[in-house]
Design a protein around this ligand. Sequence first.
Ligand SMILES: [Zn+2]
Ligand SMILES: [Zn+2]
Length: 268
Amino acid sequence: MACFICETCGTQFAESAAPPPACPVCEDERQYVGWSGQRWTTHVELARRHVLRIETDGDLLGIGMAPDFAIPQRALLLPTGAGNLLWECVSLVTDDAVAALRARGGVDAIVISHPHFYASMVEWSEALGDVPIVIHAADRAWVQRPSPRIRFWEGDVLRLSHDITLLRCGGHFPGSTALHWASGPREGGALFPGDALQVVQDRRHVTFMYSYPNFIPMRGSDVRAMRERLLGYDFDDVYGYTWGRNILGGARAAVDASFERFLQRLAA
Ligand SMILES: [Zn+2]
Ligand SMILES: [Zn+2]
């Protein structure tokens, strides 16, 4: 028995004797099946081939896989008023990473934006002392490894503390969640949007895709709904999905200009 992990999206599945027949995350039009067909690995195998990069990204501690694996996102440790939050998740857990997190006070909860980054969230929760995993209920059907540690939240806004708010942005997935940190990591605050919006290569704009790898734009109505939901939340920084994909400084204006540009292109 093993908890198989999809090689292309990095999602860990519930324990089974044989690999699952298919990966629903990759068969969905937002992702893709690897060019050489569906491939599976296990956590034990991953630990032989990969290590974790434990490095600073912007003003935060990041954890990502090396060499790159699957999507390849990196998780961030957010020391907030709601406790130490691990934002997003990766497919591999190592003793080094757990020790690095413990040295910074441990992790109180794992919060994940959407199904592409569920990765090995249950494995991580167990390694960190059975901490809760907070994800939006609208994406419940995408959970491949159920666990009593998972706490589904509902609605459009969840305040975790005076400085941390989860905002359901939708668009990419119905439950696509952004985390707003009003007072950190720097004074002006930061937005952690998952894939609800993505920082583009110039790192002065963001874009809004239903599928990033397959270039399927988000519906205009979903983009407008997201813009409404983000109104009134200020932030200097946007931390994107992977290393360095951040807008550090002036991010609120960059996001506003990007909403405008994108919606104008859609309407043209
Ligand atoms: Zn997959
Ligand atoms: Zn995604």
